[in-house]
Design a protein around this ligand. Structure first.
Ligand code: BES
Ligand code: ZN
Length: 608
């Protein structure tokens, strides 16, 4: 399914038109290719260079790009010599400013000379002390959802796809990678060239620069990491080739050539980001025992759900994430069996229930189809898209049977590859395939309720896990007086530990927490998910022996999924707000803008 020249030459269908989060008007002029030339300046913390944009004109209107806090110096035609008039619109919060370029007929390329602003939220500039090696600075980007426009002037809508090339200049001794064909060795002159032959939306533009090396896992998978981390990472992710093979077996060929990972410093605000050809990920999944590699299955699955078939707008985010959670579980099921996958599904259902409880079961943010117009999409992107989305797909699978469902998905990915999908189109295709003469079945599955109504419908799939039931029995025995040291936990995987911790009663006595930690050493756990759940429990129960561990975790790790609930819990605890503020003073400079925004809001809000 590689795009042929002939395919790319035909005018792409007009998508990206109704995206409330982009100023671009693709129905007038739509970009088709980007050529970036960038200089990476660690001293000034700034990218400077040019973005040359090929576009197709559909009427005589201007070409409109999204920008946010960029310094625009000049706009010219492709020769770089003829200036073109342009206007920068008034900035709108989180949306930025429309850059309208008047290009006379005949001009098919424009060149924007620009530099990034000092606080571009897509960029995190790290000092050497914030890296694993402590010797070299590090830069990484995070473009999803609408942050690409803070480092590249671009039509920043998931409905608009383009190919790209880039030349990036970095300080000597550093390496650069992008969501494109990547170098495997450092260059002597600090100049790197990139080529991305497949069309991608702007949110998948990515760049990382630092002192990292590459090690192949097999011919088409590999890992980039700092020299001090690389061997641990290669051990941790040894199953990457099997994961790719499993994914292909399920839903068709991997379309992007290479599949690599880059291990970023701990301030990376997410677990992982599915940048094409190279997943960006947090070092907090380096547990030492391969117990957190599910995250890799998730980001890999995005190579189909999301990167091949892309949500039309952020209102359809569940099509990216819900499908990916479903797909990720299926990969893990092939590798580790059904009981493993079921434990993971149950943990997901637990997250779903917690998120609905938090947001309220009448909150419109608990619908699958979102309405984010006028809001920062980041505010509406919750676990709902992931776990309610996955649950709906399980409902459908249970109805159609796995074989028919897998066939549907395989053809879905093939038919819509390199295109966008919205909720309505998906439901239409689903109906056509499985419910044509069966309105009754359609209604009984409550599909429209799942999609367009808040809360959790009554037909949430019931999943049973003997292994979780066993873990529950152990927890119960302990609560009834069996000493922790006598519990049978020899066969517990990380999932059982997570479940064990999650289903303990909310209040425990100090001696109880002490006993648990002395027996199972949660505070020393190398598994960040277990450590996180443990610390959350400690805060909830005012167990202050863990304060140093909480402080060190929050200063070291900037992954929002961990940091936000821990701060939330601290604020609620007696005297905890002062402790939280003190920690945050030290931690904040280490955090990424995305995490910072969340925690700033949390600590500054007046109702606590
Ligand atoms: N695409 C997301 C990350 C994302 C979502 C970035 C929305 C910006 C806006 C990525 O695939 C993801 O879902 N990451 C999860 C891990 C996953 C195993 C659930 C994360 O970062 O926790
Ligand atoms: Zn995801």
């Amino acid at each position: 399914m590689k795009e042929t020249a002939a395919q790319s030459a035909t005018a792409p269908e007009i998508t990206g038109v109704n995206d409330p989060h982009s100023f671009s008007k693709p129905e007038s002029a739509v970009m088709t290719h980007l050529f970036l030339e960038l200089n990476v300046d660690f001293k000034e913390k700034k990218l400077t260079g040019t973005a040359t944009i090929d576009f197709e004109r559909r009427d005589s209107e201007d070409l409109i790009l999204d920008t946010r806090d960029l310094n625009i110096f000049r706009v010219t035609d492709e020769t770089g010599s003829k200036d073109l008039p342009y206007r920068l619109g008034n900035p709108v919060p989180f949306m930025g400013s429309a850059l309208s370029i008047s290009a006379p007929t005949g001009v098919k390329q424009v060149k924007v000379f620009y530099s990034t602003g000092p606080d571009a939220p897509a960029l995190q500039w790290l000092d050497p002390s914030q890296t694993a090696g402590k010797k070299s600075p590090f830069l990484f980007t995070q473009s999803e959802a609408i942050l690409a426009r803070t480092w590249v002037p671009v039509q920043d809508s998931p409905g608009i796809r383009f190919t790209y090339d880039a030349v990036v200049h970095v300080p000597g001794g550093l390496m650069a990678v992008m969501s494109a064909e990547n170098p495997k060795e450092k260059s002597a002159d600090g100049i790197y060239s990139f080529h991305m032959p497949q069309r991608i939306p702007a949110y998948l533009l990515a760049l990382a620069v630092g002192d990292f090396v590459f090690k192949a896992v097999d011919q088409r998978t590999g890992i980039y990491a700092e020299p001090v981390t690389i061997d641990k990472a290669v051990y941790e992710f040894a199953k990457m080739p099997e994961m790719v093979a499993a994914a292909e077996k399920l839903y068709g060929p991997y379309e992007w050539g290479q599949y690599d990972l880059i291990i970023l410093p701990p301030s990376f605000p997410f677990g992982g980001m599915e940048n094409p050809r190279i997943t960006f990920c947090t070092p907090t999944i380096l547990a030492g025992d391969r117990s957190l590699t599910t995250l890799v299955a998730h980001e890999l699955a995005h190579s189909w759900s999301g990167n091949l078939v892309t949500n039309a707008t952020w209102n359809d985010f569940w099509l990216n994430e819900g499908f990916t959670v479903y797909f990720e579980n299926r990969i893990m099921e092939l590798l580790y069996g059904k009981d493993f996958a079921d434990m993971q599904r149950l943990l997901g259902q637990q997250d779903l229930k917690e998120t609905v409880a938090e947001l309220g079961d009448t909150s419109r943010d608990t619908q699958l189809k979102l309405d984010l117009k006028g809001r920062d999409p980041d505010d509406g992107m919750t676990d709902i898209a992931y776990e309610k989305g996955n649950s709906l797909l399980l409902v459908i699978e249970n109805y159609t049977g796995r074989k028919a469902w897998d066939e549907f998905l395989r053809s879905y990915f093939q038919k819509h590859a390199f295109k966008t999908m919205d909720t309505e189109k998906f439901l239409e295709e689903l109906k056509l395939q499985f419910f044509q003469d069966n309105k009754k079945a359609w209604d009984s599955l409550q599909i429209e309720k799942w999609v367009y109504q808040p809360g959790i419908p009554s037909n949430l799939p019931v999943i049973r896990s003997a292994r979780f039931e066993y873990a529950e029995q152990q927890a119960k025995a302990w609560l009834q007086g069996t000493p922790a040291s006598s519990l049978d936990v020899t066969r517990f995987s990380a999932f059982e530990w997570m479940h064990f911790l999650q289903q303990l009663p909310p209040t425990l006595k100090e001696e109880q927490l002490k006993e648990l930690d002395e027996t199972f050493h949660f505070t020393q756990s190398g598994n960040s998910e277990i450590l996180f759940l443990w610390l959350q429990l400690c805060i909830r129960n005012n167990y202050h022996q863990s304060d140093p561990a909480i402080e060190s975790f929050l200063i070291h790790v900037g992954r929002r999924k961990f940091v936000k609930p821990l701060f939330t819990e601290l604020i609620k605890s007696p005297g905890g707000k002062a402790f939280a503020k003190r920690i945050y003073e030290t931690a904040r400079p280490n955090y990424h803008a995305i995490t910072r925004q969340t925690i700033d809001e949390l600590l500054n809000s007046n109702n606590n």
